[in-house]
Design a binder for this molecule. Structure first.
Ligand code: PMP
Length: 375
């Protein structure tokens, strides 16, 4: 069976085949998707305006909650305007195809998310990939390229390793060479920075350092959908030129209302981010004590543990499941051959002792299966 039912029964637990498991698979980083504030917001707006979107947004599918949400997201991300789409994937895919043309050269990190890569491939632009976070390589590629327009695209937090892109250096390069800089905040918004403000807060960037930020509602904000934030002129252009916006529905009223509640909670309740940052630190320290190799993991909620062979990663993930811990494996082609890993994600709601239990259990099952984890 390739798809199995996973029911989230609490922010930190899920149920698979009737068994209750400690869940380290979810990107619901702030544990918000089950908060009563979000659920009540969604229920109230469903009762008033229904569960569906009705039509594409330019026709009649834009409800009030969505407009309010776009304003909130723009202000939160430090821009004039924002646009919401039905997924982060379609936001990345569509915006690159809408912004780039045959006179554009796109420079993209080799480990960027698939939605950026596919957007670049679908655009008519020349697509150049630089070695992961290798700024010298990026400079060489830009210096050697012709083309009228240059676009740099990078994840902020890389989804398989959990490391952080050198964004201040990307900003310097974009200014030096007159490039447009687009940054994916899927795993950095609601994670990086004291208040979860994301890339700007973490690196103390200025307002005009990044030209466009993309993000998703499906991770830290606990709902579903994607956003693009930028200048008024840029977002206005995308509103009429991004096919995934023009020809597709937006998120439904309950999702927009729940996301508004999520942003309110993020801004009103500092204990959520404190809990997440405590758990990220706890996981890294406990993993280090046990000599696990956490790949490139930094101060983010993606905390992989290197295994090596795909079959060993599958076996460990299954054995953990048997012992009540859900930590999915990440194998080729999502990661290079021989670099399979268990991809743990921590959220604000985990208790430190649950992190300890999960790592102890991993140590036990690895010993039982005779799998030596690389240090
Ligand atoms: N960018 C990155 C870095 C991601 O990890 C993801 C989700 N896996 C996306 C974009 C797409 O977001 P969504 O799941 O909302 O489509």
């Amino acid at each position: 069976r390739t798809l199995r039912a996973v029911h989230r029964i609490s922010p930190r637990e899920c149920e698979i085949d009737g068994r209750r498991l400690l869940d380290f698979s979810s990107n619901d980083y702030m544990g918000l998707s089950m908060r009563s504030e979000l659920i009540n917001g969604a229920v109230e707006w469903s009762r008033r305006y229904g569960t569906g979107s009705g039509a594409s947004r330019l026709i009649s599918g834009t409800n009030g909650a969505m407009l309010e949400l776009e304003e909130k997201i723009a202000a939160w991300k430090g821009f004039e305007s924002a646009l919401i789409l039905s997924s982060g994937y379609s936001a990345n895919l569509g915006c690159i195809a809408a912004l780039a043309n045959k006179n554009t050269t796109i420079f993209a990190d080799k480990l960027n998310h698939a939605s950026i890569n596919t957007g670049c491939q679908l655009s008519q632009a020349e697509f150049r990939r630089y070695r992961h976070s290798d700024m010298a390589h990026l400079r060489r590629l830009i210096a050697g390229s012709g083309g009228d327009q240059k676009l740099i695209a990078s994840d902020t937090v890389f989804s398989m390793d959990g490391d952080i892109a050198p964004v201040p250096e990307l900003v310097r390069i974009k200014k030096e060479y007159g490039c447009f800089l687009m940054i994916d905040e899927a795993h950095s918004a609601c994670v990086l920075g004291r208040t979860g403000g994301g890339v700007d807060e973490y690196f103390c960037l200025a307002g005009d350092d990044i030209d466009m930020k993309m993000g998703t509602l499906s991770k830290g904000l606990g709902t579903c959908g994607g956003y693009l934030a930028g200048s008024r002129a840029l977002i206005e252009y995308l509103r009429y030129n991004l096919p995934g916006f023009v020809f597709s529905v937006g998120i439904s009223p309950p999702l927009a209302a729940a996301t508004l509640e999520a942003i309110r909670l993020l801004q009103d309740d500092p204990s959520i981010m404190e809990g997440l940052h405590r758990n990220i630190r706890c996981f890294r320290e406990e993993a280090k004590k046990r000599h696990f190799n956490t790949c490139l993991a930094g101060e983010t909620a993606i905390l992989p543990i290197l295994v090596g062979r795909d079959e060993d990663a599958f076996a460990l993930s299954m054995a953990l499941l048997e012992r009540g811990v859900f930590a999915p494996s990440a194998v080729y082609p999502a990661v290079p051959r021989g670099k399979a890993r268990l991809r743990f994600c921590v959220i604000s709601e985990h208790k430190p002792e649950q992190i300890v239990t999960a790592l102890d259990t991993l140590q036990e099952v690895a010993a039982e299966l005779g799998i030596k984890l690389p240090e």
